[in-house]
Design a protein around this ligand. Sequence first.
Ligand code: BMA
Length: 374
Amino acid sequence: MRKTIIVSFITFFFSIGSSVAQDSVKLNDKKATKPTKALYQQLHEVSNKNQTIFGHQDDLAYGYHWWGNNSDVKQVAGDYPGLYGWDIGEIGNEKNLDGIPFADIKRYIKEAHGRGGITTLSWHMVNLKTKTSAWDKTSVVHEMFKGGKYHEEFIQKLDLVADFLNDLEVAGEKIPVLFRPWHEHNGSWFWWGGKNVSKEDYIKLWQFTVKYLRDKKKIHHVVYVYSTDSFETEKMYLDRYPGDEYVDILGFDDYGAFRKNADDAREKWIINELEIIAKLADQKGKVCAFTETGIEAMVDDHFFTKKLLPMLNHNEWTRKAAYVMVWRNANYEKEQRDHFYAPYKGHSSAPDFKKFTEDESILLESDLNKKKSK
Ligand code: BMA
């Protein structure tokens, strides 16, 4: 009898312990607004239910055959994506680096929010030294801090970001967003990545960005997303990690397994990546996500059901990714090239994509309201 009481006490305390660990995730921003906390909690719950929200970059702005106010995903799947990615590269200009007016991006974010959709922002920021692009590798980060030649310009850019974020308001309430700055930093193609910056300066850049927006500009409707490019071990993933106090979502971008002639080992590689971020998120009380992927020009008609879905559903860890986002569908007439990652209406991979979105684990926008049962 006594033993039973002790055992049930132990069980009771254990279950409290684990439910605390599982149910409460805390944002790095102690002053985060209620809707921001609710969004983070929603992602956490999606992850715990082994579901994954489907996202698409620039979805509403343009598609393969059209420009403005439409959606290739909706045309093919009958519903909007649950998550929308936008890039604020060239902020301060009328249009972003891919030609979308910033005013339109704000409108699309508000419209999606009204339907229950989630927004994530990336930032292909120009190199402040050369004024060219994010892909200009000229070393500049060390000159962006206090006392540095480009500090004031950097502050001006961050002020523009703050204004943009503050404009995301409906009925007096700010729309929470997932902000993913300085991404793919373990590769050397951006000025903030790899060989183009020291580890210390990269970490400083991240921390400064968060502190400036969160503490100085008092922006409290942002969830911060850390996303590397492909990696092999936890150590590699965390090599330039800015710290738990600056990050809310652990993500990564990987297209490698889907490039032409990629061997099967690359698929296992992605499974390994998904496992690593899920385990880390679990330990740290954070959320994990597959922040960018896809197959360029949809050259595999069964990509979604035969490649991506089996990877996401591989085991209890890979199922934890709260969202997966594929990259943009560049407009064929405007850009003249095959650079699209979701099928458009009539494309041979459209039926496969529809099937993928019908899987019980994949959530589109209206599923976020209905809550697909599992
Ligand atoms: C890249 C390409 C570019 C684009 C950039 C920012 O992956 O799609 O064409 O300018 O992202 O969106």
